[in-house]
Design a protein around this ligand. Structure first.
Ligand SMILES: Cc1ncc(COP(=O)(O)O)c(C=O)c1O
Length: 361
């Protein structure tokens, strides 16, 4: 079976010596490797102020907290994502307000976001779903106009760009995930990036129990709640080795994605996710849109090719029952949605076979 997602580990010859060194260094908690990873990740992906975290979820919690989201506030979000995007909004006692989707892209629709804004709105949390950038320019304009924060959940979209800029740099906050099956994994891990340098100190405290590293434990004074969200040197070492080869991994996702876009242009009954012209997706998974997604899924699975919708619209979960509303864009998108593999593991022969099955099916 060609899987939709796959763990990307560096070659043993590159990873094992680095891992052995850090594991027996006596310095396995947060330290120099973490800070080097932050600096090299910033450099590679054009970010400025970033903190490595234990997970993307921790980074989301930090972004929402730094944006001032608290009890009674509303956060406008998308139902088409992995659940942590939205469960993290509940951590601070805020309410999720669902923006509807653009059914052509699967991303939140800026016109719908505008309609959701109230005096209680504190932030817009957008997701570059499946690796396809949202209409960032419009969302940023809206956020600035209303004096609210724009948080970019970039967990699916490492390497994607918008208006020539790396995603995660247009919103006020960006988060990444290095969980097992993302473009890049550190086994588990995440990263928070900030546009406002003056929030770095507060973010560092939030990441580590409310304390700052380097201040003697006998002198430290905790003034705000912090968590155990820091990355450790072992994960950071994996991340540093991953960065050496990440361009090749991302390039192959993008190459396969663009190949599929070109092929599916001419197959009746089949379309694919379309972003605005300023977006350059990084195709974590490929988003096919079919008139009869169930039949295409069956045909692909029978041919040994994994294909599925992968996520459940988060708005269907009982925990979000109070936020329920009509979302016709989501309904249209979800009915037609089928994810197919397009990552680094999909060879030229594999992708030709995937197209052939869809053409016949
Ligand atoms: C869109 C999205 N946001 C956030 C997360 C949370 O990341 P993590 O698993 O690193 O906590 C994930 C991954 O599971 C995700 O897919």
């Amino acid at each position: 079976m060609i899987p939709i997602v796959k763990v990307a580990m560096p070659a043993k010859s590159a990873l094992m010596p680095a891992l052995e060194e850090v594991l027996y260094s006596g310095m396995i908690a947060e330290g120099e490797a973490v800070y080097r990873f932050e600096s090299e990740f910033n450099q590679k992906f054009g970010l400025k102020h970033s903190l490595a975290m234990s997970s993307g979820t921790g980074a989301l919690h930090a972004a929402l907290t730094l944006a001032g989201v608290g009890p009674g506030d509303e956060v406008i979000s998308t139902p088409m994502t992995a659940e942590p995007t939205n469960t993290s909004i509940l951590y601070n006692g805020a309410t999720v307000v669902w923006a509807d989707l653009d059914p052509l892209s699967g991303n939140m629709c800026p016109e719908s976001v505008r309609q959701c804004i109230t005096s209680r709105t504190k932030a817009i949390l957008c997701v570059h779903y499946a690796g396809y950038p949202v209409r960032l320019a419009e969302l940023k304009r809206l956020a600035d106009e209303c004096g609210i924060a724009l948080i970019e959940d970039c967990a699916h979209a490492l390497g994607a760009r918008y208006q020539g800029r790396p995603i995660g740099t247009i919103g006020h906050y960006g988060i990444y995930s290095f969980q097992a099956i993302k473009h890049m994994t550190t086994v588990d891990g995440g990263l928070l990036t900030l546009s406002d340098e003056s929030q770095l100190q507060a973010a560092k405290k939030f990441r580590w129990f409310g304390m700052l590293k380097g201040v003697p434990r006998t002198e430290v004074d905790i003034t705000s709640v912090g968590y155990k969200y820091n990355m450790n040197n072992v994960s950071a070492t994996i991340g540093l080795v991953q960065l050496q080869n990440i361009s090749a991994v991302l390039d192959r996702h993008i190459e396969n994605g663009q190949y599929f876009d070109a092929q599916f242009e001419s197959i009746a009954g089949v379309d694919f996710a379309r972003c605005d012209a300023a977006a350059r997706p990084s195709y974590w998974i490929y988003t096919l849109l079919c008139d009869d997604s169930a039949s295409v899924e069956k045909a692909l699975n029978a041919a040994g090719i994994a294909a599925s919708k992968l996520h459940r619209p988060n708005s269907l979960h009982t925990i979000f029952a109070d936020s329920r509303r009509e979302l016709p864009g989501l309904d249209t998108f979800y009915k037609r949605l089928l994810h197919i593999p397009c990552g680094w593991w999909v060879s030229d022969e594999d992708r030709a076979r995937i197209v052939e099955v869809i053409r016949k099916g």
